[in-house]
Design a protein around this ligand. Sequence first.
Ligand code: FAD
Length: 451
Amino acid sequence: MAEHAGPGTRSAVITAPPQREVDVVVVGAGPAGSAAALEVARAGHSVVLLERGPYPGAKNVYGGVVYGRVLDELVPRWWEQMPVQRWVTRRSTMIMTPTQALTVDFRTQAWGGPPYNGATAHRSDLDGWLAGLAEKEGAVVVPSTVATGLLRSAEGAVVGVRTDRPDGDLTAKVVIACDGVNSFLAKEAGMFAGKPAGHVTLGVKETLRLPREVVDERFGVTGRDGVDIEILGCTGGIPGGGFLYTNLDSVSVGVVVDPHGLAARKIRPEELVAELKRHPAVEPLVRGGELLEYSAHLIPEGGYDTMPDLVGDGFLVAGDAAAMCLAAGIWLEGVNFAIGAGMYAGRAAVDAIRAKDTSKAGLASYRRMLDESFVLGDHRKLRRVPGLVLGQRVQQDYPALLCDLAQGLFHVDNPRPKPGLFKLMRRVMKWHGIKARDLLSDALTGVRSFG
Ligand SMILES: Cc1cc2nc3c(=O)[nH]c(=O)nc-3n(C[C@H](O)[C@H](O)[C@H](O)COP(=O)(O)OP(=O)(O)OC[C@H]3O[C@@H](n4cnc5c(N)ncnc54)[C@H](O)[C@@H]3O)c2cc1C
């Protein structure tokens, strides 16, 4: 074996590839990796799922809401077995300034029964459950093991991975990189060549224990019903947003922010969470909550335009490793995109192995399946949204405009007559220095993207 002179620094060349030890190696037991391993194992092929954490989910962070419908294809009647905290039957968008909050609050009991819409779930439970499904189908889950590099054939095709275990080389017909944001395997494979590094935000989250009946009462829910609140304008002018979700006997509260903005403002992320918890619209909801957990993780928010190439010879990239997290202001969905991508990656690997062609061309059905599904469909459609929602106007100016507009509309200023809506709008736009042409152009981008 010789060190590879190609794009990666850790690659090694296998000059005379032995019999491949397994059909597929999947790196990373997050939702993408477990879905990929499940599909491969279910098709009767050998698959090893490597995870650097001591167990699947140990290293994973998210806000807490999972949209499970993608599982319809993978796990029939998944809602009967998925480890759920609460089913989301209330979905609110809260737009705030430091002293105001305007909330659009939607609730429906249609989401409180099968096949459900969203659920809150702890990552250790969710990831453990998904990896367990793959294991039951025959996947070999290997925790506490880091994939440290790629093995390549003399022609440059990926033929396995190196690990941090003694004698830890593992050869395979296909390697699926599901190693999350900043995937060094994808970088090592040269998948990002010529592409921008992409926008990465920092998500920080606190889990606060509150008695179940207190959660029920404060959030106006009962039984297993739960609430998802997305928050705009809560990050002190730093591009980002916030969230507040209910679990059974705790709530998850946090912010997602641009790390450069954080550095420029010289503020620590936990201070932003503290500010959010002190906000008059949030404080009564989280009051007295006992801190159970603090966690932070990066999120690939750049969307479609920052995705790497997804297919190489013997190699596929899925989930956050391929920037497939959808972060579009009112949506923060990564787990469902990761599950979808992992599932298609697993299927493409199986098809290619059966056709005895695991080259880039042989694995091309992965891209096709993604293109035809919500994974790339949504990302393509919303490709302009990250730029829009992370801009200063959406982050700061419009929340202030909407809150002042609501305040002007609902403020009763007798004996003065009520201002007309357009007059009020013009006045508020002037206060905040918002130009009609910017508002129109953003509205147009929004309509084109979301419409
Ligand atoms: C604060 C925050 C809030 C979020 N909120 C939500 C939300 O509410 N809903 C939602 O759907 N999404 C949310 N997301 C996004 C979501 O967490 C991700 O999109 C999703 O986890 C991506 O899944 P994945 O399997 O691609 O990657 P990950 O879940 O990151 O899994 C990657 C796995 O690979 C392992 N790994 C990495 N490198 C190696 C290596 N070299 N060798 C072995 N193992 C390795 C890691 O330990 C990890 O287990 C949020 C993210 C954050 C940070």
